[in-house]
Design a protein around this ligand. Sequence first.
Ligand code: DWN
Ligand code: SAH
Length: 407
Amino acid sequence: MKCRICQHEIAPFMSFGRMPIANGFLTPEQFKDEYFFELNPAFCDRCLTFQLEEQPAPEAMFHDHYAFFSRTSKFMITHFQEYAEWVCDHHLTGDGAGLFVVEIGSNDGIMLENFAKHGIGHLGVEPSANVAEEARKYGVNTLVRFFNPDTAADIVTEYGQADALIAANVMCHIPDLNGIAKGAELLLKPNGVLIFEDPYLGAMIEKTSYDQIYDEHVFIFSALAVANIFAPYGFELIDLLPQHTHGGSMRYVLSRKGARPVTASVTEIMATEKSAGLHLPETYQKFRKNCEISKADLVSILKREKAAGRRVVGYGATSKSTTILNYCGIGPDLIEYISDTTPIKQHKFTPGMHIPVKPYQDFSENYPDTALLFAWNHQAEIMEKEKAFSAQGGKWIVHVPEVKVLG
Ligand code: DWN
Ligand code: SAH
């Protein structure tokens, strides 16, 4: 295969096997037509980008019935309020009049609502029409399109250039990053800023959180890779801010080369990445072995629970759970159902392994013995909410940073 960024010849370092669309929750009538692809991660030792060999077409993942709504976590609502305030305080000048902020992948408006509320000019670019519709309820202007150079050119014609192009948990979904860089070049004012955050490669390697790897996440970034990806388009990294969200993320800030000062964190974090070996192929061989250990440990705990006659249900039908269930071969024989608060997922079945997804009331009104925490990235929020489950003897299985039973 050729590296998606620098065209260097590379090869996958492992395979998680045949995978369905991670957010493709389905009805029994749809089982026979389910789409599968091979989930094979690869590392490019030239531009240092972690990537998937194969990714389904963007239109097969993002459409008018996309299943992930950002507002399902209260913690994330607060996070995006803080992210928006930080953008205003650190990267926008003026009192709001005349400012223009564009967000890629604005989903249900969880971030842009905070700009809309303050009367700041904004536009969300969001191809999934159903989540975009939800954003409009919060006063968020949304364009139902994929962001690419054509979209950027049309936005400039209609609204003019932007002060900031911002994003969260979407850049790593976009196979044509060259198109993003070209779009940013067109869209941003000369002193404009490109800011995005995504799950961080350093955290994924450290915690063996291999469930961050699924169809939508065609890249898992490090600072070393991001610098290489955007440099050919005249952008440089000017700041890096580690985040606790989604199990460990990184916020990247870029501007046109020389347009803004570069903070010390850029060289510091890149040095830390090198000491963690993120630039070395052998790190990914070790990661592969850790994934195999994690899989064996999880399957053995679930089989032990079943042998002991204990009821196990999943908590949170996350995109991440699709990788775990299909890689580990965990089906309805080991997990009775998965509880999820998202209406569009409920009463459907999980992609590939076809475990039923049930509303939260099924969990809260009839506690199981054990809950497998698929939404482990929201652990603090969920543990707070589920004190009663734990207090009456309910146990949790978590698989990150290692497989263990809590409680
Ligand atoms: O990158 C992505 C991130 C931002 O969101 C997308 N590609 C898709 C999605 O990934 P995910 O599905 O792994 O995200 P979450 O935030 O881990 O999903 C949480 C799931 O758990 C949602 O379906 C809602 C559910 N949930 C719940 O049932 N009870 C969540 C919480 C907090 C709860 O209390
Ligand atoms: N930013 C939100 C949503 C992340 S999920 C959050 O952090 O919670 C990823 C979102 O990006 C989805 O809503 C998807 O429809 C959107 N998306 C995927 N490809 C895109 C593209 N090329 N341009 C704009 N949005 C895209």
